[in-house]
Structures are given as C-alpha cells and as structure tokens.
Design a protein around this ligand. Structure first.
Ligand SMILES: *[C@@H]1O[C@H](CO)[C@@H](O)[C@H](O)[C@H]1NC(C)=O
Ligand SMILES: *[C@@H]1O[C@H](CO)[C@@H](O)[C@H](O)[C@H]1NC(C)=O
Length: 369
C-alpha cells in the first residue's frame, strides 16, 4: 500500500499543481492507445461511480486512480460550472456535504438559498465560487460510516484534470461524465462568448479527442458515455457530438428538471421509440427496475426487456457493499447482488461505489467459466 500511496501523491501533485488553470489539449507522455490493453467489451461495464468513493473521498484524483487500479472500465463523474465558468467535478450543487467549506470563515457570508429543480436548497453553491476559490477547498467523505482518514487531503478536480487521469492510465479507461443540473447551471453561470453549459461541456470532450459513435474505432480508443437526467440537454448535445449518450432515469414518480413529464412517463415504449434517436441507452435507478418492499425485492418490471427490445443499453445505479444498501434477499453479500443483476436481470453496465468488488466478482466468474 505504501508504494501505491506514493504514486497517488506524485500524480496528485502533477494534477493539483496546475491549480486549475486551463490545460488544453492532450499532453505528451501518455501511451498511444495502440500500446494499451483495450477496453473489455465482452461483459457488463464496471462503471466506477464517483471513482472508488466507497473507499476514498468522491470525485478526487485518489478515488479515480484507485478505481483504475481496481479494474474500472469507466470512471464516472458529475460536471458543474464555477462562477467564472470553469467546468469542475463535483456531485452536489452545494458544497456542504462533501467538502470542508463550512470550516472556511472567509466564505461564511456566501451561503444562499436558491430554487433547484423545484426545491428550495440552502447552502454554499458551487456557482457562487470562482475556480481559484473552489481549489482552496478540500473534499471529504460524505458518509459517516465510511473511512474518514483521507478527508482534507484532496481538492476538487476540473473536468480536464479528470480526463487526463483517464488518458494517463496504462489501460484504455473510458469516461462517463454527467452534465449535472443543466437548467440550474444555465440560469446561474453565463459565459462571455454567449455559449451555454452544454456547449462548453462538449468543447472540452472534443478538444481531448472524444468523438465517434458507440463502439466505433475512435470510441474504442477514447470511450465516453455522456449522461444526463435532462432529456432536452441530451437532444441539444446530440447536435454537437455523435459520442454516445445515456439518459438517466430517477425515481419514476418525480418530474424531470426540463420537461413536464415524470421519469415514469419517459419509460414508455413510445418515449423509448423517440429517445433512441438521441441516446444509446438508459441508466435507471435500480429500484425502478426491481421495486423493493420493506427492503425485500418484488418482481422485476419489464423495463430492461422493453429497453433491450429497442436496442438500448441498460446501466443501473448504484451498487454499494454496505449492509444498509443491500436488500435482504442478498444475505448481506454484494456478490449475490451482482449475480442477480448480471445473470438474472441482464444489465449491460453497473454504477458501483466499490469497483474492486464488482471486478473481483466478474473475474472469479470468468475463471470458473
Ligand atoms: C422558495 O422560497 C421562495 C421565497 O421564500 C418562495 O417564494 C418559493 O415559493 C419557494 N419555492 C418552493 C419550491 O418552495
Ligand atoms: C409545462 O407546463 C406549463 C403549464 O402547463 C407550460 O406553461 C410549460 O411551457 C410546460 N413546460 C414544458 C417544458 O413543457
């Protein structure tokens, strides 16, 4: 472990040393993708949700390096924008739960209440901080029952720093960025050139060579899935890039942020018929596929079957090792849960907080044939 941590800290200083100034273009010194072990395409994708955030503070360089080392096919992130228009990796629109912002007296007066997707939210909003200010914060583990040892050690990454982590990997490792809360970001952040959040997001991907249809030769060299909960953002983005897109599906009873439809309404056959021109798949909350009752699974819905009938990939979220997240049917054993979703439900990718566990499960199945 000691040597691994040394590597993390060396790489950490390479990335963090840039202090968020625009990096632009792919640096020299990364392996040509011809020399790299290719992306596996014979089994469901291991999608490292916010990096290995079960072990390390989410969306940090350490969480992503750890996920790559543990066998991730894709590293997943959430993209938001700073007050001065830089794209950064952070899950929540407020900084409160996963950073040390509350300990920074200089920002005490920066707390605000804004309406976000129909709810009034109070906190320190990412959109009220410049990139330099965001870089002065440190990330922390949000769940009290997870390891707190690495709190305060890592800063927030920019979108470009995140991409470089994937490109520097010795294997081909894909990226899976979410364009997060686009309605809210476009309300609060304005770019001098009149472009919007979606334009800026796609510009970065194209600058780093991410383009090409799902499973095309360029895609296999630099795999990417663009994900969003906002269907209109995905439709808009489809005019800017042919990179594959994934529609996220939340709790089926709640409305989307950008249409008057609930997520339930956008899982109909007629909706799939429409959206499949824009996306290659869906990423539903796993409980919307197999609804639980008193923490026991009930019968699976036909959602996966109907999505597959339209040729759509299905990548449910989120798989977590801890007891409090495992339905009783799985006997507190995460392998049982992976076995059920991969071999009974037949999904094409899984968002996991514990990349290593999913990877070990897939490898031991493979060895057994
Ligand atoms: C949010 O707060 C404002 C001001 O108090 C209020 O006018 C508005 O209705 C609230 N919105 C929601 C969704 O509760
Ligand atoms: C949602 O419904 C309201 C009222 O019916 C309408 O004014 C608005 O344009 C609709 N928004 C969208 C995105 O369809």
């Amino acid at each position: 472990m000691t040597s691994l941590w040394l590597i993390y800290f060396v790489l950490f200083s390479i990335f963090e040393g840039t202090n968020g100034r625009p990096l632009r273009r792919v640096p020299s010194g990364i392996l040509d993708s011809k020399e790299k072990q290719p992306l596996q395409t014979f089994r469901p994708y291991n999608i490292a949700h916010r990096g290995s955030n079960g072990e390390l503070p989410e969306e940090t360089s350490a969480a992503y390096f750890r996920a790559i080392e543990e066998g991730a096919d894709f590293i997943e992130t959430d993209i938001l924008a700073s007050k001065d228009g830089s794209l950064i990796c952070f899950h929540d629109v407020i900084l409160d739960d996963a950073s040390d912002v509350a300990d920074h007296e200089e920002f005490a007066s920066r707390k605000r209440t804004y309406e976000v997707e129909g709810n009034n939210v109070t906190g320190w909003f990412v959109v009220d901080f410049t990139l330099d200010e965001l870089k002065s914060l440190r990330v922390k583990q949000r769940h009290k029952f997870r390891d707190q040892l690495y709190n305060g050690k890592f800063s927030i990454l920019t979108f470009e720093e995140f991409i470089r982590i994937a490109l520097y990997a010795v294997r081909v490792v894909g990226i899976y960025p979410e364009i997060k809360s686009p309605v809210f970001i476009n309300q609060h952040v304005k770019w001098a050139d009149g472009k919007n959040f979606e334009d800026k997001f796609v510009e970065v991907l194209i600058d780093y060579g991410y383009k090409g249809a799902f499973k095309s030769s360029n895609w296999l060299k630099k795999p990417v899935f663009i994900q969003s909960f906002a269907p209109t953002s995905l439709v808009y983005i489809s005019k800017l890039t042919n990179s594959p897109k994934i529609l996220l599906i939340g709790d089926i009873t709640i409305p989307t942020q950008d249409t008057n439809q609930t997520y339930g309404a956008i899982t109909s056959d007629s909706y799939f018929e429409y959206i499949k021109d824009y996306v290659v798949g869906i990423a539903p909350w796993k409980d919307s596929i197999v609804p639980p009752e008193n923490n026991h699974l009930t019968n699976p819905t036909d959602l996966v079957k109907r999505a597959h009938a339209q040729g759509l990939q299905v990548h449910p979220y989120t798989y977590r090792n801890e007891n409090q997240f495992l339905h009783f049917n799985f006997h507190q054993d995460p392998y049982e849960e992976y076995n059920y979703w991969i071999n009974k439900i037949g999904v094409d990718g899984l968002f996991t907080d514990f990349t290593g566990t999913l990877h070990h499960f897939q490898e031991c199945r493979r060895k057994r044939g």
